[in-house]
Design a binder for this molecule. Structure first.
Ligand SMILES: O=C(O)CCC(=O)C(=O)O
Length: 260
């Protein structure tokens, strides 16, 4: 993959707002590779440690979620382990080096589709330090009709709140203290396939239901600073690895993908 021409303006916008939108990050060939990899990987019969929404039909109305596809599919491995997106993540966050936390495909199916309610990601991740960030790559053109991402600018500075149940619609006002002092005007990330957003794990985000008749496909790759330490909480990608609380993530499940 060719490097993306990330600018100082992109970096400043990300740090100020907790997210940034980047257009045409994948070339047509890279987009084709990612689509083919996901379509193929999506045919695999996976257990609930990868197909994490499998046993929960209500959750699958929000999205079908498949985690760590790089561990089970060569094409997904090529996409997820590429340094192109990891370099962008490292430069946006200002880290010396980044490790993969995990990938996940989030496919919002048509039909009885539900919103992805307002939430932060970091409360779900067993990390002591903040700063980990997600690349949300659109494999289809996205707008409000099929559930594009939305972000509250600067909400990464509001603190870290309790995780919510993603099957429950969430009023953003309900868990943010002093809502009258906050600007909740969301940024609506409409974009063509092959474009993406990066967001900090503390940034509040949302996606509406998919009201179209086609799936909305996205691959999310999540990056953390090398040196981030494990806080001991359970998580589907750490369960069984016998990580030691307080120690940095160095297991081969979390490879270094970019270094300055
Ligand atoms: O794709 C969605 O509907 C929500 C995505 C999300 O919550 C995330 O990438 O953290």
């Amino acid at each position: 993959m060719n490097p993306y021409p990330l600018t100082d303006e992109h970096i400043a916008f990300y740090r100020d707002n907790g997210f940034v939108q980047l257009f045409d990050v994948l070339s047509p060939a890279e987009l084709q590779q990612a689509r083919e990899a996901l379509e193929d990987a999506n045919q695999l019969v996976l257990d609930a440690s990868h197909h994490t929404s499998k046993l929960n039909p209500e959750y699958e109305k929000v999205f079908v979620q498949k985690v760590n596809l790089w561990r089970v599919h060569d094409g997904m491995r090529e996409y997820v382990l590429s340094s192109k997106l990891a370099d962008i993540a490292r430069r946006l966050a200002g880290f010396e080096a980044v490790r993969l936390w995990h990938d996940h495909a989030l496919i919002k199916m048509p039909g009885d589709s539900k919103e992805s309610p307002w939430h932060q990601d970091l409360p779900y991740w067993p990390m002591n330090e903040p700063g980990a960030l997600s690349c949300w790559m659109a494999l289809d053109d996205v707008d409000v009709a099929n559930g594009c991402m939305q972000f509250v600018p600067k909400s990464h500075t509001w603190g870290i709140f309790e995780p919510i149940k993603l099957v429950d619609a969430q009023d953003l006002f309900s868990f943010v203290p002093d809502p009258e002092t906050k600007d909740f005007t969301p940024f609506v990330a409409r974009m063509p396939a092959g474009s993406c957003t990066f967001h900090d794990g503390r940034t509040f985000h949302y996606a509406g239901p998919n009201t179209t008749d086609r799936p909305r496909r996205a691959i999310i790759t999540i990056y953390m600073a090398d040196g981030t330490t494990y806080n001991g909480n359970p998580h589907v990608v750490t369960n069984g690895l016998e990580l030691v609380p307080g120690e940095p993530f160095t297991h081969e499940s979390f490879p270094v993908l970019s270094r300055a």
